[in-house]
Design a protein around this ligand. Sequence first.
Ligand code: FEO
Ligand code: CA
Ligand code: CA
Length: 645
Amino acid sequence: ATTNLARPTSLKFKAVPHYTGNEMVVAEGYTAKAFLHLGEPLVDGIEAFRDDRQHSGESFMYRMGDNHDGMHFFGMTGGKYDANQSNRGLLAINHEYTNDNLHPMGMYTQEDANAAPIYRKKRLAMDVRRDAHAHGVSVVELVRKNNGQFELVKNSRFNKRHTSNSAVTLAGVASGHDLVQTKFDKKGKTTWGINNECGAGMSPWGTFLTTEENFLNVFARGEDKDIIGKQADIALARYGLKENSTGGGYLWHTADDKEGVVADEFSRWDITARGKTAHEDYRHGFNAFGYIVEIDPFNPQARAVKRTSLGRFAHENCAFAPPVAGKPVVFYMGDDARGEYIYKFVSKAVWSPKDIGKGLKAGDKYMNEGTLYVAVFHADGTGEWRRLAMDTVKHKDYNFKDQADIVIHARLAADALGATKMDRPEWVSVSPITGEVYVTLTNNSKRSTDATDAANPRSYNDKGNQHGHIIRWHEQNGDHTATRFNWDVYLFAAPNDLTEQNLSNLSADNDLSSPDGLYFDPRGVLWIQTDDGAYTETTNCMLLAALPNRVGDGKIVSTTTGKNTPVGMMASDDTLKRFFVGPKGCEVTGITMTPDLKTLFINIQHPGEDHPDVAWGAVAGGKIPRSATVMITKNDGGVILGESL
Ligand code: FEO
Ligand code: CA
Ligand code: CA
């Protein structure tokens, strides 16, 4: 079956209106069906998920985890990666976190939910183990049925969970370094767990690239400045872990295995320096988190590998530029926190298409050695990439020892280089048609009116940039290894009736807030997902389709904060349209398609958050809403958006 890869010239489906109900709504002519819910067993011998959620923590090593996020579909033929296969494949899915709300949802028992972080001093070992195992990645084998929908191949040898309790390899420039040596591995070559997998990507050679974003949440630190010294204290504070803090309050370090005994399994989340040396405690445990992590879905025996050379920060996702034989491989990445940066990594090795299918060996070749850059956006619409290296970085308070120190503390190095502080960089995606790079800047409540700049120009009413925007750039001469680029703002998100903020002329058919997930499909259709805290009175989170123009095709718009900004997108309904709206309280995130473009997969994360009446995704007769994957197919069995061709 050949696929028509032509990009539609206009969007012909009927836009989905604003919606605040408890179900999901997809454009007419399409069907959306949920599967792979939280807790679903991947093998026989594990009981079905129950609404009372009283399952053992260990059982989550064999069930779907919680809060589905980024994902990728890998076609498979004969047990091997086949980029053209659409009827059978491996879906690798991130599980970002576990819900910690007062509202009973996800996998928390009511007792545990009632004991929310501010009240909670100590946690039960089984609850922590359940949490840790519900984080990470699920790899599942799927097969397409005659009706065009997929189902899980239970007991497939490829079905595999990678969790916050799995042993993981540390590769790249920081592997073996003093700063990642712990009691767990005194050589610093391995660590224990992947955590807070957020957006996703794949590599050009066919592996899954997952990310560690809000790993801060599961760590705690007591008083140890006198032991570790001022330099280490500066570094920990820059990553959010000052003395006497408990990150995001998960308190994994408080669980007792037996009365009065905190096992290593739990104590490793407490990085307080206590021993005589770093080999006797977990003071460096925090430094082993915050990386791009590579998983070979076709090799379920292999450990996940943390690719440290790509830098350590709150990784949202990882997008590669279309690889060119004989040229370096380039990856783009955002650091999702207020005022953080956008990075790119350029491999030392040059691309050979013969490496497709070579798994982690190819990862070793392209991701362990290379150059890390951070983005600077100038007011005149140009920009530059500044190199993070010993000869370029001079920090006024922190003395870098070597390149490993630089990648482990990439934020400090980027500070010293004068990188541009962005409004929370979320997903990056590269247009397969133009090679232009797009990044969602989801919002920034802390962007003060007097600290706006051309690339982050909006701040209103002491609420900062509430609705977010999408920035994009064109690398000089279309070369992704270039150190100069031209940029503009593709789209300002805003409610359509907020004239002052609605700089892209959005209508009720395509207005949005807080763009987050972002994905160019192989035709060059741009899909935009939202994770909204500012517009949910009017509509639940959504998925939109867009047909972008080129960098520089827009016009200069003057914002109320006095910044002149080039704006690429003046929306019309046939170049940006709402395609899907999720159930109340959810985030719509994670996106991938089968190669024939007949199935679009998205994820519904935390349905019903703060809305106890929502039971979306619950077991039959149950009340507890659950995160799940949704497959969208066209009712006539055709290509998604085929009606627009
Ligand atoms: Fe996990 Fe930045 O979203
Ligand atoms: Ca996100
Ligand atoms: Ca978000």
